[in-house]
Design a protein around this ligand. Structure first.
Ligand code: FES
Ligand code: FES
Length: 214
């Protein structure tokens, strides 16, 4: 191909023509790359917005908490306590030690006493969980154990109280409230920094009679 002189316009030689074509291609190629990059970024952002707020390795699970079914994906490293407190906004179970030593996180799983801080959330899959928030009756009436704690001043700061009450109900239901010694033994995993142990013992004895399960 040869570019001859144009008497009607500016003259251009072959070298200038090739350079102009290459520079045009480079500019349009750069714009195409930028456009593709923008599209990829927009797509990633849209996907991030649509995705649930979970870890990449999350696993699906279903659990019924206080009678309410939940289907959700959880990081396998999440404890049942963190699931309740941080995902389901049920902060009644307390994080005292987070090491299974204080009982503040006590909940019921299928009716049995469990330390939520030591229980992986994924182990709740298909289970029924009850927390302190679910104890009151439909009309807001207190559970006999809650009322007994009030009647006997079985709390001071109250931080240990949800765990104490959940453990105390399990104590009665499992037939361990027949004597002060058995109650104290069963409840020994629930620590109270305020030292409300006498009131707690009296409360468990009162509620045991009312629950009719001692
Ligand atoms: S927080 Fe679970 S036993 Fe202390
Ligand atoms: S009432 Fe304060 S820790 Fe038990």
């Amino acid at each position: 191909m040869s570019i001859g002189p144009d008497p009607c316009g500016p003259q251009i030689n072959r070298r200038e023509f090739v350079l102009s074509v290459l520079s045009t291609a480079a500019v349009s190629g750069g714009a195409g790359q930028a456009r593709a990059q923008n599209q990829a970024q927009n797509q990633a952002q849209n996907q991030a917005d649509a995705a649930p707020d979970t870890h990449a390795g999350s696993v699906p699970m279903s659990v019924v908490v206080n009678g309410e079914p939940h289907s959700l994906a959880v990081d396998p490293r999440t404890s049942a306590l963190d699931l309740l407190r941080e995902r389901l906004a049920l902060t009644g179970a307390k994080k005292g030690c987070d090491h299974g030593q204080c009982g503040a996180c006590t909940i019921h799983v299928d009716g049995r006493r469990v330390l939520a801080c030591l229980t992986p959330a994924v182990q709740l899959d298909g289970r029924r969980v009850d927390t302190i928030e679910g104890l009151a009756g439909p009309g807001g009436g207190l559970h006999p154990m809650q009322q007994a704690f009030i009647d006997h001043d079985a709390l001071q700061c109250g931080y240990c109280t949800p765990g104490q009450i959940m453990a105390a109900i399990a104590c009665v239901r499992e037939g361990n409230a027949g004597s002060p010694e058995r109650i104290q033994e069963y409840m020994s995993g629930n620590l109270c920094r305020c030292g409300a142990y006498n009131g707690i013992l009296a409360a468990v004895q009162q509620a045991a009679g009312q629950m009719g399960e001692a």
